[in-house]
Write a protein of this length. Structure first.
Length: 340
């Protein structure tokens, strides 16, 4: 826990001398469950208080995704269209050329994205591939965008090279709870992921780390995932909450169950309270959410979205629908209107 923020416990809360909830790294699953079970209005009030103490509650960050190398992945993540272990009908591609990536980034910027996230379906990058990606990062940075990449596991020197190239964020998700993890992925361990996250931090890159819900896990697993994230040595600056986007042919298809909308809003609120200074992204799965549910999630503390008609291989709401929703909610973003 950060110095100077340790205050008296009242009713399970730790507050600083100003009465603001302190940043904590010692969350228990029982505490997470207690928050989750609060009467909805009380939970929302706590989440809103945390949100307003740390962010402009009327602003939403916009990020855009590009799959720079699609499919043929050696990992067996049971939710993913890009794993070579499953027949999902997806055609594998080679790494894109830098000029094409930069042209796509420019279009995304002009369409309202503040951050550009480049994803590759690798277990880990080879050195030659990393050279290419470093070039892409520097070129996208020159467009005035924040940069993010997700390339699988990294060594320390690889993370350092990405930082030198100007990388702002590295996305690497824990995906689910420690208990459920082995039901979903067997080719890389949760500890492998945590080790990569530590190398990313060590290199001075900001961490984007979250997971997926709707794969058949219990509420306890969703909360276990949040506890895992909130008890990392530092909270990830960015926490993507993905609702599983349906993919035919993967094992998760047999277990998937879309969470009830209220439970999603509750989960976002718990994430906001436990990691009050992290940007919480309503990531994959917005295609299944009504405007009302998205509004509820923004109230619960979500303050980032992916924009653009596709994520990596699956659908995302149309930009015009997103802009319209943010307008109706009086929220600012690069997509509709800049913050005042
Ligand atoms: N291959 C890299 C890796 O896994 O580290 C990066 C790309 S991977 C697609 C990034 C994240 O997207 C995964 O960790 C997972 O959380 C999320 N994801 C993948 N497929 C998804 C799906 N069908 N629905 C929702 N989220 C998904
Ligand atoms: C994250 O947590 N969500 C994004 C990003 N990190 C790379 C990916 C979502 C992928 C959804 C499935 C697809 O489009 O293939
Ligand atoms: Fe590969 Fe990433 Fe998909 Fe896992 S989530 S199969 S590592 S692309």
């Amino acid at each position: 826990m950060a110095d100077g923020l340790v205050g008296p416990r009242d009713n399970g809360r730790v507050r600083d001398s100003h009465g603001i909830d302190a940043i904590r790294y010692d969350w228990t699953r029982t505490e997470a469950q207690t928050l989750y079970d609060l009467p909805f209005a009380d939970l929302m009030f706590r989440a809103q208080s945390a949100h307003r103490a740390n962010f402009d509650p009327n602003h939403v960050e916009t990020a855009s995704l590009l799959s720079i190398k699609t499919g043929g992945c050696p990992e067996d993540c049971g939710y993913c269209s890009q794993s070579a272990h499953y027949d999902t009908g997806l055609k594998a591609t080679k790494l894109m050329a830098q000029a094409d990536v930069v042209a796509t980034a420019r279009r995304a910027r002009d369409a309202g994205a503040a951050r550009f996230c480049m994803a590759a379906a690798w277990r880990n990058p080879k050195e030659r591939d990393l050279d290419e990606v470093c070039g892409m990062v520097s070129a996208v940075k020159e467009l005035g965008m924040e940069t993010c990449v997700t390339l699988g596991m990294l060594t320390g020197p690889q993370a350092a090279r990405l930082r030198e190239a100007g990388l702002d964020f590295y996305n690497h998700n824990v995906d689910t709870s420690p208990e459920f993890y082995d039901h979903i992925i067997t080719t890389r361990t949760l500890q492998d992921r945590i080790d990569t996250l530590a190398r990313v931090r060590e290199a001075g890159i900001k961490v984007c780390c979250g997971g997926i819900i709707g794969m058949g896990e219990a509420v306890d697993d969703r909360l276990g995932m949040l506890v895992l994230l909130a008890n990392l040595p530092d909270h990830p600056e960015s926490v993507p909450i993905n609702l599983w986007n349906e993919v035919k042919g993967v094992p998760v298809n047999d277990t998937a169950e879309r969470p009830d909308p209220i439970s999603l809003a509750r989960l976002v609120a718990v994430a906001r309270i436990m990691m009050p200074q992290s940007v919480v992204r309503l990531s994959a799965g917005r295609q299944y959410m009504t405007d009302e549910l998205q509004a509820l999630c923004f109230l619960a503390g979500a303050n980032s979205i992916f924009i653009g008609d596709v994520l990596l291989t699956t659908k995302n709401p149309q930009a015009a629908r997103d802009a319209n929703l943010l307008d109706r909610l009086g929220m600012t973003s690069r997509l509709n209107r800049a913050p005042a």
